[in-house]
Ligand binder design. Structure first.
Ligand code: SF4
Length: 445
C-alpha cells in the first residue's frame, strides 16, 4: 500500500529498496558481459559499448579494462573518425597527477571574480521537471566534491540545492520559470539559455504528466498542464538588447560570471562575437547531438551544426578578431567520453559541458523514453515520486565522481603522450588530430 506524504504519494521503503538494488546490481553486472551485449541498447553515437563502459567507469573510477571500446562510437563521422597523433608513451599513472594540470579558468576578462575549475568540464542544465530532484542532488554533490559546477537548467532553483550553491549555475531561459533575484544573487555563474543544440528554434516543452505539484510550485504554474518556453527571448533582437540582459544580471549580482548558451547555426561565428561584445564571460556552444528523449528526432538530426564543426569555426573567428583570450569557449551537445572532451579542446574549446554521460553513469540506458508517461524507469528523467526514489543522491554522486576520476586519468595519459603539461596547452592544436582510416563496426547489430 502506498504512503501519502503531503500532496504526493510515496511507495513503501521495501519496494524502493528492491527496485533500487536490482538497478544497482544490473549496473555492476552488465559491463562484465555476463549476459552479453544487450541487443537493443544504444545507437550509432552512444553505442552499447560506450554505455557499458560508462557504467564500468562509474563502478570503478578507472579507465575500462573490459576490452570494450570506450573512446568512440560508430557514427562514421565527427569525433568518431578523429584520433590523436601521439608523440610518445605516457608517463606511468602514478606520476601523471603531479605532472599534468587539468584546470581551466572561467573568467578571462582580467576583471571581476576569478573562477578556476580543476577539470575541464562541468555539468549541463537539467531542470527540475525534466529530471528528478534526487538526480539533481546527486549532480550537485558530485560538483561540490570535484570543485566544479552543475546547472539548475531552466526550471527554477529548488531549495534543496542551496547547500551546494557555490557549485551551482542557474539558468535564465526564455520561459523565465522560477527565475528570481535571490536565485541570481546566490549563483557564481548565471547562464542565459538562448537556444539548445538539440532543438534550436523550438523552445522547451515539459509534458503535462511530469508537471507534478512540486514542479508546478517551482515554476509558478499549474499542476498537470504542459509548460512551454518560447523559442526566442522576445526582448532580444540585437547585440544591444543582449547587452542589456547581461547588464541586468551584473546589476543583480555583480560577482556572477555570465555564460550565454546558444546552438550552432550557420552564422555561429557572428553569434559568438556578439556574445563577446555583450560582455559575457563564457560562450557556451551547444551542438546538435545533445539531449536525450526530450528533443524530437527531426530537430536533433537536421537543424543545428554538429559541435565538431562549430568549435573550430568560432575559435578561429574569435582569434581573427583578436579576442580569443578574453572569453571562454565551452562546448556541449554530443560530448560522450574523455576522448571527445580532449578532441573538442584540440579543435579550439577551453572545456566542455556534460549532460548525458552523467545520466548514463547513474543508469540511463539511452532508451529515449524521458518524456513519456511517468518518465524514466531508472529514476533520472522523472517526477514520479516512486521512480524518483530509485536514485539515492549520495549513491548517484559517487558514480558521477567515479566517472570523472576515470576521465581525469585518461586526459592525463593523452596529454602526457602529446608531451604537454596542461590541458590549456591543447586548445586549438588541430595538428595533434588525425582522421582514422579504420573505423569500428557496431557490435550489437
Ligand atoms: S533511461 Fe531514463 S534518462 Fe535515459 S533515455 Fe531512458 S528514460 Fe531517458
Amino acid at each position: 500500500m502506498n504512503v501519502v506524504s503531503g500532496s504526493e504519494t510515496v511507495p513503501p521503503d521495501h519496494l524502493i529498496k528492491k527496485h533500487s538494488s536490482l538497478i544497482r546490481n544490473g549496473l555492476i553486472e552488465l559491463p562484465t558481459l555476463k549476459y552479453g551485449i544487450p541487443l537493443a541498447m544504444g545507437n550509432f553515437r552512444w553505442t552499447a559499448e560506450l554505455i557499458l563502459t560508462t557504467y564500468e567507469q562509474a563502478n570503478t573510477g578507472l579507465p575500462p579494462t573490459s576490452g570494450l571500446e570506450y573512446k568512440v562510437g560508430v557514427s562514421g563521422g565527427g569525433f568518431d573518425v578523429l584520433d590523436f597523433k601521439m608523440k610518445s608513451e605516457p608517463l606511468p599513472d602514478d606520476e601523471l597527477e603531479k605532472a599534468i594540470d587539468l584546470s581551466i579558468s572561467l573568467n578571462k576578462q582580467g576583471i571581476g571574480r576569478k573562477i578556476d575549475i580543476p577539470l575541464p568540464v562541468y555539468g549541463g542544465g537539467m531542470s527540475l521537471g525534466s529530471v528528478s530532484l534526487n538526480f539533481m542532488l546527486a549532480r550537485a554533490i558530485a560538483a561540490q566534491y570535484l570543485k566544479t559546477f552543475t546547472s539548475t537548467g531552466e526550471g527554477g532553483y529548488p531549495e534543496e540545492l542551496v547547500p551546494y550553491k557555490d557549485h551551482i549555475i542557474t539558468q535564465v531561459a526564455t520561459g523565465l520559470f522560477g527565475v528570481r533575484e535571490e536565485t541570481i544573487q546566490r549563483a557564481p555563474v548565471v547562464e542565459f539559455k538562448y537556444a539548445q543544440g538539440a532543438k534550436p528554434g523550438l523552445g522547451g516543452h515539459l509534458l503535462a504528466d511530469k508537471v507534478t505539484a512540486a514542479v508546478a510550485r517551482m515554476r509558478e504554474s499549474v499542476p498537470f498542464t504542459s509548460l512551454y518556453s518560447p523559442s526566442p527571448f522576445h526582448s532580444v533582437y540585437s547585440v544591444e538588447d543582449h547587452r542589456k540582459h547581461v547588464d541586468w544580471i551584473k546589476t543583480v549580482n555583480p560577482r556572477a560570471l555570465v555564460s550565454v548558451k546558444v546552438s550552432t547555426p550557420k552564422d555561429v561565428d557572428m553569434v559568438a562575437i556578439g556574445i563577446y561584445y555583450a560582455g559575457a564571460h563564457i560562450i557556451h556552444l551547444d551542438g546538435s547531438y545533445g539531449g536525450t528523449g526530450a528533443a524530437p528526432e527531426i530537430s536533433k538530426k537536421n537543424i543545428a551544426m554538429p559541435i565538431e564543426f562549430a568549435i573550430p569555426i568560432v575559435h578561429k573567428f574569435l582569434e581573427s578578431e583578436g579576442v580569443r583570450d578574453e572569453i571562454v569557449l565551452i562546448a556541449s551537445g554530443g560530448i560522450r567520453t574523455a576522448h571527445d572532451v580532449a578532441k573538442a579542446i584540440a579543435l579550439g574549446a577551453d572545456g566542455c559541458v556534460i549532460g548525458t554521460a552523467e545520466a548514463i553513469a547513474v543508469g540511463c540506458t539511452h532508451c529515449g523514453n524521458c518524456e513519456r508517461g511517468r518518465g524514466c524507469q531508472v529514476g533520472i528523467t522523472t517526477t514520479d515520486p516512486e521512480l524518483s526514489e530509485y536514485i539515492h543522491p549520495e549513491w548517484g554522486a559517487r558514480r558521477i565522481i567515479n566517472l570523472y576520476r576515470s576521465w581525469c586519468i585518461q586526459w592525463r595519459r593523452i596529454l602526457s603522450a602529446l608531451e604537454l603539461k596542461s590541458i590549456r596547452e591543447l586548445r586549438g592544436q588541430t595538428d595533434f588530430l588525425v582522421y582514422k582510416k579504420k573505423r569500428r563496426k557496431r557490435l550489437n547489430f
